[in-house]
Ligand binder design. Structure first.
Ligand code: DCP
Ligand code: MG
Ligand code: MN
Length: 332
């Protein structure tokens, strides 16, 4: 995962150190609390417009506490971080970080493999019997899946999906979400959200539910956009697509969502994940519970009520009294 820092960020070095520590906490220590703390700190610093000159100065920013500000002091005073130096020299940390680059290999699986002395990509190729279908695909396209997708390529993929889907049935609605919808110039994958006007959370028709997504996947295979399926359920497809001979194979996610849950799903699937976290926390403070399906008031008993009727993303922000943010403003 990329560091939330760019070339013109005056605190670039600190951000990448914190992002690397975040990865270490996620993959090696498996401490999600610390992972989120480091990511939050890195993202706060990435949008700070001036060079931080001391840990004390950093501590004044929200999301940066005592421990992280001490690390910032160490970087500023010595030009490096001993903790990171140690991680860079630790063989099992190196191996775990390497293996988790494969799509489908998470921190726990990576640890298991390393404990079996499977530590390199070469080792993985020799032990595909220990890998799931997802992990085998991840290994096959390791290089391709790490390449960022230019916005223009996603625009072309979007056109094909829109075209094929509308040929199938004009009552489908398609929205490409994720970092693409947030306006990023490049993305890690293609996050596609689909609904159909006759499919709601009350739909009982099992056949309709079972085929709405499968028909789309079949169509996109037929036109050679989809090249691999990692998994396919009634509401979720994970796989890969390839636009043409000159483009790499790309990760493609498709989700089918009931029409009445479309806006909560769009909001969720647009992210970023940190933005979702903040917004959900705000919703709870305002007395609501928000997830990818619905927004529900939480009564004094703590039991969530019926889902509120939502007809736009703005509705969700309005209900919880949160200032509306355009997708482009949700990348923090
Ligand atoms: N999401 C989330 N929490 C997670 C994972 C995902 O809220 N743990 C939501 C927000 C993300 C969206 O799903 O924006 C899509 O997930 P991706 O992993 O594809 O992330 P992005 O599209 O934001 O970034 P990338 O360009 O790396 O794909
Ligand atoms: Mg994405
Ligand atoms: Mn995705």
């Amino acid at each position: 995962r990329k560091a939330p820092s760019s070339e013109n960020n005056p605190n670039h070095d600190i951000c990448s150190a914190l992002s690397e520590l975040a990865e270490y906490e996620k993959n090696v220590s498996r401490n999600i609390y610390k992972y989120n703390a480091y990511r939050k700190a890195a993202s706060v610093l990435a949008s700070h417009s001036t060079r931080i000159t001391s840990g004390d100065e950093a501590r004044k920013l929200s999301g940066i506490g005592d421990k992280i500000s001490k690390k910032i002091d160490e970087i500023l005073q010595t030009g490096k971080l001993q903790k990171l130096e140690n991680i860079h020299n630790d063989a099992s940390s190196i191996a775990i970080n390497l293996l988790t680059r494969v799509s489908g290999i998470g921190p726990a699986k990576a640890r298991q493999l390393v404990d079996m002395d499977i530590k390199t990509i070469e080792d993985l190729h020799k032990h595909t019997d220990k890998l799931t279908h997802h992990q085998i695909i991840g290994l096959k396209y390791l290089d391709d899946f790490e390449k960022k997708i230019p916005r223009s390529e996603i625009q072309d993929i979007e056109k094909i999906i829109q075209h094929e889907v509308s040929n199938l049935d004009s009552e489908y609605r398609v929205t490409i979400c994720g970092s693409y919808r947030r306006g990023k110039i490049e993305s890690g994958d293609v996050d596609t959200l689909i609904t159909h006007t006759s499919y709601t959370s009350k739909t009982k028709d099992k056949n309709l539910k079972a085929n709405l997504l499968k028909n789309i996947v079949q169509m996109l295979e037929k036109c050679h956009l989809i090249t691999e399926t990692i998994s396919l359920g009634d509401t979720k497809f994970m796989g890969a697509c390839k636009l043409n001979d000159d483009t790499p194979t790309r990760r493609l996610d498709i989700r089918l969502t009931p029409h009445d849950q479309y806006y909560c799903s769009i909001l969720y699937f647009t992210g970023s994940d940190l933005f979702n976290k903040d917004m959900r926390a705000h919703a709870l403070e305002a007395g609501f519970t928000l997830n990818e399906y619905s927004l529900r008031p939480v009564g004094s008993t703590g039991v969530p009520g019926e889902p509120l009727e939502i007809n736009s993303e703005e509705d969700i922000f309005d209900f919880i009294n949160y200032p509306f943010k355009k997708p482009e403003e949700r990348s923090k």
